[in-house]
Design a protein around this ligand. Structure first.
Ligand SMILES: Nc1ncnc2c1ncn2[C@@H]1O[C@H](COP(=O)(O)OP(=O)(O)O)[C@@H](O)[C@H]1O
Ligand SMILES: [Mg+2]
Length: 284
């Protein structure tokens, strides 16, 4: 089992190495990086390349670790017990009818090895990663209601992503293989664009990339635009048929790029950019 990138996803050699290291070690792969640098997509692509079904668990601020294991649906059971018909009466006898399996349960009991994505783990509260330590380490947990031990038939390939909004506990980190997706350099970015827009003219790509990296390089930006924003922007430039000249700014002067709303996502950043353009024009 080896991951070698895919047709839709540009994986740098160090990223491929990290994926394969996690496979070899049989440890979860913890992937950090700016939003929009392809963390979620990596799990989807690896699963597809290795021919494994992907179970996804998208974490919110209210997500609890237990929900990934199972939940006991007491309300349904109570309702069934009050209905009084024969069907409900037999259902109520077996508590297993009210156990709702979570993603980990389904991943552990799947007949074939699966990939499991725990997406944006930093969204949850700080207890969340600790609460999953044992389950991810031993690949088993106990269901108290049915008194059964759920143990992984096959160790799932686990991906955990984080946007770095919160620190993760040391005990959790110790059990993962870690990789930080660096922001793509120009070469890699060109490849990524090529994957998404195979027929786009080189001239437009170069001009758009120059503007994009200029915007990213602005000191003091609150939110730097990322890969996915560049791709959105390119899509718009194509859809609106914006000519290359609108992006190229001759000498060294800076201009507000068209459709800048695809790149800059808050008013402070836009006004910072406008100020810079204004100062630049005065200095000429
Ligand atoms: N290496 C890459 N190869 C191809 N497309 C990429 C790559 N990195 C990012 N993208 C594009 O950016 C989008 C956002 O990626 P995503 O995985 O959602 O980012 P993240 O989970 O890191 O926020 C993807 O849908 C894809 O179109
Ligand atoms: Mg994501």
């Amino acid at each position: 089992m080896k991951f070698q990138g895919s047709q839709n996803y540009v994986a740098t050699p160090d990223l491929m190495l990290a994926v394969n290291a996690a496979i070899t070690l049989q440890r979860p792969l913890l992937i950090k990086g700016e939003p929009g640098t392809g963390k979620t997509m990596l799990a989807e692509e690896v699963a597809q390349a290795l021919n494994m079904p992907l179970l996804q668990w998208h974490i919110k601020s209210t997500t609890k670790a237990q929900q990934g294991l199972y939940e006991y649906d007491a309300v349904s059971r109570l309702r069934d017990s009050q209905l009084g018909d024969a069907d409900s009466a037999t259902r109520v006898q077996d508590i297993r009818n009210y156990i709702v399996q979570g993603v980990l349960w389904r991943a552990f009991t799947a007949d074939q090895p699966v990939a499991l994505l725990i997406d944006e783990i930093d969204k949850a509260d700080i207890e969340f990663p600790n609460d999953l330590l044992r389950e991810l380490d031993r690949m088993e947990f106990y269901c108290y209601e049915t008194r059964e031990l759920i143990r992984a038939k096959h160790r799932p390939l686990v991906f955990i992503t984080s946007n770095n909004e919160k620190e993760l506990p040391d005990a959790f980190l110790r059990r993962c293989f870690f990789h930080f997706i660096k922001f793509p350099d120009a070469d890699t970015m060109r490849q990524i664009i090529g994957v998404h827009f195979p027929t786009l003219k080189g001239e437009l790509i170069s001009a758009a990339m120059k503007t994009f990296y200029d915007v990213r390089g602005l000191p003091g930006l609150k939110k730097k635009p990322s890969t996915s924003e560049l791709l959105d922007w390119l899509k718009l430039l194509v859809a609106e048929d914006i000519p290359v000249e609108a992006l190229q700014s001759g000498d060294d002067k800076i201009a507000i790029p068209p459709l800048v709303g695809a790149l800059l996502k808050n008013e402070q950043d836009v006004s910072l950019f406008e100020k810079l353009v204004f100062m630049n024009q005065r200095n000429r």
